[in-house]
Design a protein around this ligand. Sequence first.
Ligand SMILES: [Fe+2]
Ligand SMILES: [Fe+2]
Length: 165
Amino acid sequence: MSQDAIVILREDHKEVRALFREFEKSTTTESRKGTIVSKVIELLTVHTYIENEVMYPEVRRLLPDLEDDVLESYEEHHVADVLVMELAAMKPSDERFTAKTTVLIENVRHHMDEEEDDWFPKVREGLGRTQLRELGAQLLEAKKRAPRSPAQPSALKKAVDAVVS
Ligand SMILES: [Fe+2]
Ligand SMILES: [Fe+2]
């Protein structure tokens, strides 16, 4: 059964937000923080890929009025990509590990809030249920081929595209 694209993306956000909250708890140990950040990196790599490769280009094509929002989103993803790539090379014991994660969390939360509060409602209004379900099926397909680590070639490609395209 195909699922609505916005429902799929919101569920991804929810999973990421739960990990962010756990990271911020004062009782979270350093080693658990390391595990949380690894999981966040994996989730964000997949989520960014399916939005960059499917959701954003399709919405841009179907709803040209939302083009500016899409372009801003690519830039916000790019900033997160840079932080994710740097964090992927760090250990939880590194001096700047928590600081860098905190900046990543701030950036990604802001971006997810904008998508949820502003962009998703516009997309839902512009696309019908059927189109959102078709997009949902494409998102689930893209998840299967998505990179899971920022070092994988298809993940690097999106970072480079953000600069040169
Ligand atoms: Fe996004
Ligand atoms: Fe998103």
